[in-house]
Design a protein around this ligand. Sequence first.
Ligand code: CP3
Length: 362
Amino acid sequence: MAKLKNDTLIRALLRQPTEYTPVWLMRQAGRYLPEYNQTRSRAGSFLGLCKNPGYATEVTLQPLARFELDAAILFSDILTVPDAMGLGLYFAEGEGPKFERPLRDEWAIRDLAVPDPGAELRYVLDAVSEIRRALGGSVPLIGFAGSPYTLACYMVEGGASDDFRTVKTMLYARPDLLHRILEVTAQSVTHYLNAQIEAGAQAVMIFDTWGGNLSHAAYREFSLAYMQRIIAGLKREHAGARIPAVVFTKGCGNWLEDIAAIGCDAVGLDWSVDIAQARARIGSRVALQGNLDPAVLFAPPEVVQREAEKILAAFGHGSGHVFNLGHGISQFTPAEAVKNLVDCVHRSSLRYHGGSADSRAS
Ligand code: CP3
């Protein structure tokens, strides 16, 4: 396989020395970019973008044309997997994602089957190959999927929810049904991520957006255990290269040690975590990704720089940090703030890397 021109992200995820701290942003392709909105209107809808590999490639590359990002992330959505399971994903204007057939009946849950990524999710794999070709080895491509619990939240609720009443009722009243959903979904995600890796994804990330809403015990049983199974089933090497895996649970602060123990290479941190403490707790076992509050990007440039520098300083010297936001970028973010952030991370992180500093940290 052709060598990457910029493999800083991969090295940082594997806690190998780098010259600076690599940076990419969750939801880096999206509505805050006018060119995204233009492509989206040509495609007709968000799903129209996701399901057309040409459009998906175009929007994946848009943020890289503007900013010196160290990675591309596949343009898609975590909900393509339940869609491929037959739930009928659609986006009601201004209301977020919804399913035509939410999982409520015992028989529908018993009938749930693992989709073949090469068939029902072919369009995603085609996008992965096309993006890799278009990137031409410049930066790595990150593939992703939702965690089984986060997917189950949408599958059972039928869309977004304030209180997750339906899925939590199932968790406590009929845990057997929720376990069945999680089991099938974990297998689906494992096959899907492996198919992305075979199509060319060079790192993978699991998004567990809603795991943080679970009780301490329920998080392990209903979210972490299934992510652990996925990690155990992933291809960790492809075409001679290590494929690092990142696990991100929003609201993970209580469970850092548990997440670091499931076999992932890196743990994503939301902005409520002190990254210095996170490094002290798990930094000898995994890399850390995060964790600027996305709202910082609404502030004046000098504040963005100061807040970014605080995170770099809190992580300190040495490898194993991938700079990112603590959650997805807001659609109201000014694009200049992103440029300012990316340039600042590159410039200000130089002093935390290099010879003596790296050997001190290792
Ligand atoms: O990071 C990237 O640039 C890759 C693209 C990406 C999208 N969704 C594109 C998207 C990724 C990694 C996701 C993951 C995703 N999708 C998650 C997990 C991460 C997170 O944000 O917590 C979740 C929970 C979803 C489900 C989802 N998709 C929701 C709740 C929404 C609506 C919310 C919103 O921002 O409007 C989406 C739609 C969506 N996914 C958009 C984008 C760019 C906006 C769609 C549009 O153009 O209207």
